[in-house]
Design a protein around this ligand. Structure first.
Ligand SMILES: [Zn+2]
Ligand SMILES: [Zn+2]
Length: 270
């Protein structure tokens, strides 16, 4: 529906929207009864025909038709970059990020700098448990179904190299969830509305609270993200030392408390 409205807007924008104009002498102006539309139009039409030999009535020509367009899917998913919050550095894809975490001395150095003692207790030299990021997989899969998740840069994936479970911290909803709730969170009305409220509340039309469907909310948020440019196509990841990550915090407040000295890492944008 939104796509059709956009097409209509484009056609209207490029169409010849020239206005019809009738110049009147003061005496002619006096003769027109502007208090009645029908009478005024009749008089103006006769003056126009007499003076300019043209009619005020426009004949409507059928123009370009509105057509159903398929939205390209995969390029959207593939353009998502991974951002290492520990190092303030972007990576083009997941394999580059994984290489960085495992082998880049800078990452280890940054972990030492920001987490101090906690990091030293558990060295990066030991092999990690898992290397996949659930949110990345979710983005790829959802994009194939034309349901690209919105508000991804507002969510920070927190993990520890030696722990199976990841947690996701959503700054739009001020919420924290695990991988099993990933899809549910991104598809929820709450997340879509909070993302729009966070990015640009003016996108929400009058009476949005009860009447807008999930797909409309998602389209509005996607539109906003598209306008904000490629910076929106980014997934933030924070590597946390084992000792600080466990036991895994279960609420947003708990995460903020656990990482009270590392808030800059959670929130930094680049
Ligand atoms: Zn790093
Ligand atoms: Zn959320």
């Amino acid at each position: 529906m939104l796509d059709f409205a956009k097409q209509a807007e484009e056609i209207h924008g490029t169409a010849n929207t020239e206005m019809k104009k009738v110049s009147l002498e003061p005496a002619e102006f006096e003769l027109v009864n502007f208090t009645c539309y029908a009478e005024a139009f009749k008089k103006l039409e006769s003056i126009s025909k007499e003076k300019m030999k043209s009619s005020l009535i426009t004949s409507v020509q059928p123009g370009r038709k509105l057509v159903m367009q398929s939205v390209p899917t995969c390029p959207v998913a593939l353009s998502f970059k991974i951002r290492c919050q520990d190092c303030n550095q972007m990576f083009a894809d997941i394999s580059q990020y994984q290489k960085h975490v495992s082998h880049d001395g800078k990452h280890k150095q940054m972990m030492n700098q920001f987490f101090g003692k906690a990091e030293k207790a558990h060295s990066h030299d030991q092999p990690g448990i898992r290397r996949t990021l659930g949110l990345y997989t979710h983005i790829l899969e959802s994009s194939k179904k034309n349901q690209t998740p919105v508000g991804v840069p507002l969510v920070v994936t927190c993990f520890s190299t030696h722990v199976q479970e990841h947690i996701y911290v959503c700054f739009a909803c001020e919420d924290c969830f695990t991988e099993s709730s990933l899809k549910q969170h991104f598809d929820s009305r709450k997340h879509l509305i909070h993302t729009l409220l966070y990015l640009n509340p003016w996108r929400l039309p009058f009476a949005w609270k009860y009447h807008l469907g999930i797909e409309v909310l998602r389209s509005l948020a996607l539109e906003e993200e598209k306008e904000r440019g490629p910076k929106q196509m980014m997934m933030k990841v924070l590597d946390i030392p084992y000792e600080m990550f466990l036991p895994i915090p279960s609420t947003f407040v708990e995460v903020l408390k656990r990482l009270e000295l590392q808030h800059t890492l959670l929130k930094r944008e680049g």
